[in-house]
Design a protein around this ligand. Structure first.
Ligand code: NAD
Length: 299
């Protein structure tokens, strides 16, 4: 079985390497020449182009930045052939990029119209998860296609969850990250309020982490240094999960909120707050550094 792996960036290269390391025949490609060089140095077989890598492939995995890149690569642009034109007939397309739900559904429709099968399979776990093959995959597509993909995804990750039909992997990702954004802001606001009231960070942590305020944003990603020594706050907010990526994911949440007409005021406010954060140095800092904006904007 030939697997084409396209998009060998921060996430894609370690994922492709783990897949090849687990005994699969993997041919990679990236449009960015330095990424191709890094892949070769890492021992990956690389093609001359995306369509070269995907020619006669049984499985085509993509790990790009945006939905537009995915749809263009599937279709081909400027009259050139796309990935759908060259893969083996009935190939399984797995898109692991984080993209909008409606873009993921468009990608499924294109694959199906070309006689292929497809899954949306975004990930969480970051670069560390990609390197250690401990990613979590959230998958949308049919049962049969999910079963076919499972061994490949398990070579790159630790948890693989079938969320439902086309686009529902992306839906799970966007909903989860909206919870995360809102809860990280709430935790940060509580610490700043506690500071103003004379409450120590440790006392607030000891209470909230054992009470109903308990959540990942507090107990793993604690936005103040001290209570959780491994949280980014202890290393000057080095990510972690960068503000730019949270801002991107909240942009996708906003699209989904507008598409569905949900009254998600907290999600939309989180979107606004992180858009502002990511407009400055927050782009490159962990998203828990939002606590510094809260301090800055408090009287
Ligand atoms: P990245 O920019 O490092 O890598 C994307 C790569 O895709 C780039 O090297 C780019 O040149 C390549 N590319 C774009 N179009 C291409 C095409 N047509 N053919 C071949 N290569 C092409 O991005 P990343 O950090 O690896 O993230 C990839 C995706 O994973 C994004 O959607 C991101 O939101 C998501 N994600 C990232 C993280 C993270 O921590 N970095 C965590 C979870 C999810």
């Amino acid at each position: 079985m030939k697997v084409a792996f396209l998009g060998l960036g921060h996430m894609g290269l370690p994922m492709a390497r783990n897949l090849a390391g687990s005994g699969h025949e993997v041919v990679g490609f990236d449009v960015f020449p330095a990424a191709v060089d890094a892949a070769r140095e890492a021992g990956l077989i690389v093609g001359d182009s995306g369509t070269d890598a995907a020619t006669a492939a049984d499985v085509v995995i993509t790990m790009f930045q945006t939905g537009t890149q995915v749809l263009e690569a599937y279709r081909g642009s400027g009259g050139a052939q796309g990935l759908l034109d060259v893969a083996a007939s009935g190939a399984l397309f797995i898109d692991c990029s984080t993209i909008a739900v409606d873009e993921a559904r468009a990608a499924h429709a294109l694959a199906e119209a070309a006689g292929h099968r497809s899954l949306d399979a975004p990930v969480s776990g970051g670069v560390v998860g990609a390197e250690n093959a401990t990613l979590a995959f959230m998958v949308g597509g049919t049962d049969d296609d999910f079963d076919a993909a499972r061994p490949l995804l398990e070579a790159m990750g630790r948890r693989v969850v079938h969320c439902g039909g086309a686009g529902l992997g992306q839906a799970a990702k966007v909903c989860n990250n909206m919870i995360l954004a809102v809860s990280q802001i709430a935790v940060a606001e509580a610490f700043v309020l506690g500071e103003r009231l004379g409450l120590s960070h440790q006392a607030l942590f000891d209470v909230a982490s054992n009470a109903s305020g308990q959540c990942w944003a507090l107990t793993t990603n604690c936005p103040v240094p001290g209570p959780v020594p491994t949280s980014p706050a202890n290393r000057d907010y080095r990510p972690g999960f960068a503000g730019a990526l949270m801002n991107k994911d909240l942009g996708l949440a906003e699209q989904a909120i507008q598409l569905t007409g949900v009254d998600a005021r907290m999600g939309m406010l989180a979107r606004e707050i992180y858009a502002h954060y990511a407009d400055g140095p927050g782009a490159g800092q962990d998203f828990s550094g939002i606590i510094n904006s809260i301090r800055e904007f408090s009287d």
